[in-house]
Design a protein around this ligand. Structure first.
Ligand code: MN
Length: 328
């Protein structure tokens, strides 16, 4: 018995499938979405790839990216929907939540905070990326992994492991990445397109964001942590002429500071509304902090949306971090 058998069994029942992933998609969302879509197509099924939000520019080179749809009006009925890299149904976006006929939902994910919203749930928190799970699905389903699938799954694993720097970089992540390189994924070509291909306006925006840096000591006694906070406003995006996804990854600059345990990026999403990204190094579980605010993620990387002024949101985050520290 393979943990993917129930997911593979869904393929016997139908011919028309939907593949979906989360809003604000990053490399693992897009890569695992497209890897799964191409895998289903290679087996002769009809597969529609849906993302509520646009494919970020850096991932537009991924094989199949030009076939992603952003509306499900009039789509379906589907025999089943494969949701990848997504912990909550709502995070798949309104277009999907409102879809009348998605069929059975096969939830394939690696977020420990996944609420098992599927009819079939394959949740593997040990996996470095949902891309690893799509790889396992391909093996279980007898998919011949071609270059297109390999490039997508390599990008999924490469981006979610922080280019194989994070603790999620398990032997299995390296082994699958190695297999994917053998199957046609070219590491330097992919790195060039993903990491050495930024528009100049991203750096203009980064300059403004880094100038907001504050480092604060949080907690007391033995439970003290250094927290680095940066923020990005709608005005900064406007001045840089940048789209919102150009701030993706900025939070890592905060975490990378010497002595800092948690990096925080506050992104102004609307009037008195912030998207908060948390990145930890060390023992603090930031998924726990995100859950206090109804968000989710991983131990080292989590996020949530919240209301309030910039100062109020900062204070709330620091308070929640204190709460987590005192329990650690
Ligand atoms: Mn992921």
């Amino acid at each position: 018995m393979n943990r993917f058998d129930p997911a593979v069994a869904e393929l016997i029942k139908g011919r028309k499938y939907l593949v979906v992933s989360h809003v604000s998609p990053e490399g693992d969302a897009v890569g695992s979405l497209l890897g799964m879509t191409l895998a289903l197509r290679s087996l002769g099924y009809e597969a529609t790839a849906y993302l509520e939000d646009p494919v970020p520019d850096v991932f537009k080179f991924l094989p199949g990216a030009d076939t992603v749809v952003h509306s499900l009006d009039g789509a379906g009925p589907f025999d089943a929907t494969f949701a990848v890299d997504c912990g909550q149904k709502e995070r798949l976006g309104k277009g999907f939540v409102n879809l009348k006929n998605p069929g059975r939902i096969i939830n394939i994910d690696h977020h420990a905070t996944n609420d098992a919203f599927g009819d079939v749930n394959v949740i593997v928190p040990d996996a470095s990326a949902a891309g690893e799970l799509v790889y396992d699905f391909c093996v279980a389903a007898g998919v011949k992994i071609d270059r297109g699938i390999a490039v997508n799954l390599y990008v999924a694993i490469h981006t979610d492991t922080g280019s194989f720097r994070y603790s999620s970089s398990t032997p299995s992540a390296f082994e699958k990445a190695g297999a994917l390189v053998r199957l046609g994924a070219d590491p330097w070509e992919i790195s060039r397109r993903v990491y050495e291909n930024y528009p100049a306006k991203k750096y203009k925006l980064l300059g403004m964001v880094l100038s907001t840096l504050e480092v604060a000591e949080v907690g007391s006694g033995s439970a003290v942590a250094s927290v680095a906070i940066i923020n990005v406003t709608r005005e900064m995006f406007r001045r840089a002429g940048a789209e919102k996804d150009l701030a993706d990854g900025f939070v890592n600059y905060a975490r990378a500071i010497e002595g800092v345990s948690v990096g925080v990026l506050l992104r102004e999403a609307g009037d008195f509304e912030y998207k908060v990204s948390l990145r930890a190094k060390g023992d603090i579980d930031v998924a726990e902090v995100a859950q206090v605010f109804g968000g989710g993620g991983h131990r080292n990387a989590a996020g949530f949306m919240t209301k309030g002024s910039l100062e109020e949101v900062k204070a709330k985050v620091i308070e929640a971090l204190k709460g987590t520290l005192s329990k650690a």
